[in-house]
Design a protein around this ligand. Structure first.
Ligand code: SF4
Length: 341
């Protein structure tokens, strides 16, 4: 690990000034990913800017438009169990509780969850090439062990997947990310916050240098999905594992027909994978397996498997159908009891 200095910011302005003064600096809050990256020599910050003491970023409250604002420093545990979230946006609670462990969820923050990095094995081994860690050095995952890698939206530079569960639910709920930076404040739609690798896999998000996340906003309209949702996460073991495939499904039911729908996948791409066309084919149709399979076909169009991950295409198709069935029936996937009925 390299030597670094430490600075505790007391305000957003102070954190931004410290970031601007040192391009090698990194923000730290829970540190549940950054400290690992530093120990593996993947990240070598010259300075850590501790933002945990900044007031006003650790609360959850209602906005003037009836939505919910989650401060960047709110822990994953607090979000999952907060009454405004569990009542109005239970899909988000379910997705968060599907991730990591209780100890990690206690420490990890909303902002850190958004900005966590891929768990590609090669990315974490500084002795190996990796285009995301060292642009232009190559991608050993292409011909290597790629069981956890992308089947959608990959590039010739990188086939890594985004690891978060929370972000898959945020994508389905149409959340937006509030950001502060040298040019002032701006809001980024969740769909645009994470990016596909294309020719620059070193960039995970559309944040620009010197910016920091201050909060996540959930729109009031997404409460209409509270009754019919499911977050289905499939993985190699039932806890403390990243998704092979996950599905965030939200429906608004109109009798047995689907009035409105939101659908996103995790574990399959460099960002939460959402296609509005897959949602459009659900609307106005009966909530049955044929409709769900059609949506899965659309959402997975263009999927491409490699030696160890081609199975994820069929797995994702089945998971989409199951998650939509659970959402329609109002029987969301339990994150503590995973038995298949
Ligand atoms: Fe690196 Fe991406 Fe290739 Fe993994 S998939 S080795 S992160 S370039």
């Amino acid at each position: 690990m390299n030597r670094f200095s430490y600075f505790r910011a007391e305000s957003v302005e102070g954190a931004l000034a410290a970031l601007a003064a040192d391009p090698g600096a990194k923000l730290i809050a829970g540190g549940t990913n950054l400290l690992d990256l530093m120990k593996y020599d993947v990240e070598q910050p010259s300075r850590l800017i501790d933002i945990t003491q900044i007031e006003g970023l650790d609360t959850i409250g209602e906005t003037t438009t009836g939505g919910i604002m989650i401060g960047a420093l709110v822990s994953n545990t607090t979000i999952a169990y907060h009454p405004l979230i569990s009542a109005g946006f239970p899909l988000l609670s379910s997705a968060i509780l599907a991730g990591a462990t209780p100890q990690l969820r206690n420490a990890a923050t909303a902002g850190g969850n958004l900005n966590q990095r891929t768990r590609c094995y090669y990315f974490y081994d500084a002795a190996l090439p990796c285009n995301k860690r060292e642009p232009g050095s190559g991608c050993p995952a292409m011909e290597g062990v790629n069981r956890n890698h992308a089947i959608l939206g990959a590039s010739e530079q990188c086939i890594a997947t985004h690891p978060s569960d929370m972000c898959v639910a945020l994508a389905a709920l149409g959340a937006s990310v509030h950001v502060a930076g040298p040019e002032g404040q701006r809001t980024i739609a969740m769909a645009d916050y994470h990016r596909l690798p294309n020719g620059s896999p070193e960039r995970d998000t559309t944040l620009v240098a010197g910016e920091m996340v201050t909060g996540i906003e959930l729109p009031a309209g997404a409460k209409r999905f509270a009754e019919h949702h499911s977050y289905l996460k499939l993985r190699d073991r039932l806890s403390y594992a990243f998704a092979l495939v996950s599905v965030a499904a939200s429906l608004q039911m109109d009798g047995r027909a689907i009035g409105d729908a939101r659908l996103a996948l995790g574990g399959v791409a460099h960002k939460p994978w959402r296609r509005t066309q897959a949602e459009e084919v659900l609307i106005g149709r009966p909530a049955d397996d044929e409709t769900f399979a059609t949506a899965a076909d659309v959402l997975l169009e263009g999927a491409h498997g490699r030696e160890h991950n081609a199975f994820k295409i069929e797995l994702a198709h089945r998971a989409i159908v199951r998650a939509l069935s659970q959402a329609a029936a109002g029987t969301p996937q339990s994150q503590s009891d995973k038995r298949i009925a």
